[in-house]
Design a protein around this ligand. Structure first.
Ligand SMILES: [Zn+2]
Length: 198
């Protein structure tokens, strides 16, 4: 079974009782509540925490951040407020692949993607009135651009750490969906853009 490399936003297809961004934030909180945390003494958690500390130090990012190592079915994703969630199995992958995922999620936080996505939803609520969000090309394009930008940040992180992109790319073969989705561009397109930056 393949998973998305990193889902940054869950989809709320109908908005009923609050602003679109409030509904989206609520959906994210509910999803976050379904995840269980790995024990603090688990060596896989210790490995990923060490990786993340090294990455944050290399980038010089000073945002308040929290890494959570969990049961999540996705290899990595983010939540508002600097929370980055990774699947515990990430610890068993090669260093370049771990840093690609962590760098991608750090990119979502550094680039302020939740704030801009929430603003997009609130400023474009008319786009979702009569149409499922999945079918909304403007929303799809907006989300795909965020993924490309987070990928570019991840490539920047690999450069800082002296890690070859070629060593990191194989993670897409295992964890990313080949075809594009509402939230993510097709894997081939993402890899091609990262190689252009490299
Ligand atoms: Zn992402």
């Amino acid at each position: 079974m393949k998973y998305l490399l990193a889902a940054c936003l869950l989809l709320v297809s109908s908005f009923c009782c609050a602003t679109p961004s409030q509904d989206e934030a609520q959906a994210l909180r509910e999803f976050h509540d379904t995840l269980w945390l790995v024990s603090e003494s688990d060596p896989r958690l210790l490995q990923l925490n060490a990786d993340f500390r090294e990455l944050v130090k290399a980038t010089g990012v000073t945002l308040p951040l929290k890494l959570e190592v969990t049961s999540t079915p996705l290899i990595g994703h983010s939540f508002p407020g600097g929370v980055i969630v990774v699947q515990v199995d990430l610890a068993s992958l090669p260093r370049a692949q771990r840093m690609l995922v962590l760098g991608h999620e750090l990119g979502h936080q550094v680039l302020g993607h939740f704030a801009s996505a929430f603003a997009f939803l609130d400023n474009n609520s008319q786009l979702f009135t009569n149409q499922a969000a999945e079918d909304n090309p403007a929303w799809r394009t907006f989300l795909h651009q965020q993924e490309y930008d987070a990928d570019a940040y991840a490539v920047h992180c690999l450069h800082l750490l002296g890690l070859p992109l070629a060593d990191a790319v194989p993670i897409f073969e295992v964890y990313a969906d080949a075809d594009e989705s509402l939230t993510h561009p097709a894997t081939k397109a993402r890899i091609a853009r990262m190689r252009q930056l490299n």
